[in-house]
Design a protein around this ligand. Sequence first.
Ligand code: MN
Length: 512
Amino acid sequence: MGLETYRRRRDFKKTPEPKGRVSRRARRRFVVQEHHASRLHFDFRLEMGGVLKSWAAPKGPTLDPRVKRLAVMTEDHPVEYLKFEGRIPEGRYGAGEQLIWDAGNYEMKNDADPLRQLKEGKLSFELHGDKLQGGFNLIRMKGRDGEWLLIKSDDEFAQPGWKLELRLKTGETRKRKKSVGGARHPVKKFRAKAKQESRAIAASRVFRAKDLSGDIDLKIGKEIVALTNLDKVYWPNDGYTKGDLIRYYYGIAKYILPYLKDRPLILNRYPNGIGQPSFHQHDVDEAPDYARTVTIAVEEGHTVDYLVCDNLATLLYVANLGAIECHPWNSRVSALDHPDWCVFDLDPGEGVEFAAICETALRLREALNRAGLKCCAKTSGSRGIHVYAPLKPVHDYEEVAGFAERIAKLIAERYPQIATVERSLKKRPSGRIYVDHLQNARGKSVVAPYSVRPRAGATVSTPLDWNEIKRGKIKPQDFTIENILRRIERKGDLFRLALKGRQSLPSAVADL
Ligand code: MN
């Protein structure tokens, strides 16, 4: 019994699934996952021997004792999978959305040993879930490799004619993440309540609470945003949870939304927090009614449905997906091929002082000013600075990228001691700041102003005043989800120029 097969089939840099390990505690928990893989099925998992014994049931379980359901044994999963929900990226093993359909504890009939019954090919147990309750049996079919039957015992929990309800309707817009059955927390002693509408709570009330936990249906105007697993720890060293992330985005919405509005959004998702596998998502299959999507042709015959974050409900929906970072395009839906800002990412090499990055930002600003362009700057939230020169949306991506490249090269030529445009990390001279101009291509992006970063301290990409950069006393780590709002109260939004400046590129940069 181990997780070798499980691990061999997965690349944990590319899937949000937990790597997990064999548990030493003998607990009896179960989960049923609704897996929207290439073919929809249900994964039925029972905890025993420190792992989750797993079966894939094409039609899922049933409460109807007259119906036998096929369940094909699959590889053991780690117990961490009991809590797993997320989208397994395209091209990975089991690609598709994985949702928890039901979960809880189980007991063996007559307190039997589950591993022994497993070996004998006949398991009899009682489930205590929200949807699944009472006796169930898993019976191995003779001469059929790995094929079992899952059958409900005919007890007081049996419901002849019972119909399974999906949490996520196939091919339909997902409206509510939470199913009608209510909360899905383990250990319910009594029969699940009949259909009960869960009550949505006003956002203003929810975010006043100090600690957010569990699942909450949030009411925002007429919309309901389903927030889930709010107590999941996203920054283990700082103790910030997913709830803290969502609370931050709720508070900052007024300031960040103008920078996201009308722009295709790339989601950088960390469903299990920082330091855990993450993935970029361009294409969204489902979006709630309140979220706008736009279909964009990316290459011959291929289109991508991008989310566009125009309102508070969408912003919180996105945060609930674990998208710690917001990456908007450099152009708007109304003029997709014409970026309305040109962006430079000053990325320091090892051992570079932040003061040197400030110095480089000032040099870059001088060069842009000489080209007739005003610009504004923000911390990247990691180690560098981003400089934006706002543009009229009249130049195409190639033109803007070409201009950015010339400016970056000019800086590197003029200040070779501090700046470089060498892309390759290996070839880059040490101690230099990389003037990255390559994010000015179609479909590329840098993190939005006021976006959180998946870094220690929950830092925020923070607009700076040029005088702060001149003094060079600040550090990106100074600005976090804890203090940005107070800073804005004092200083206002220092990035407004990026939206208001409507400048044209100069015809030549030769004499800068
Ligand atoms: Mn599956």
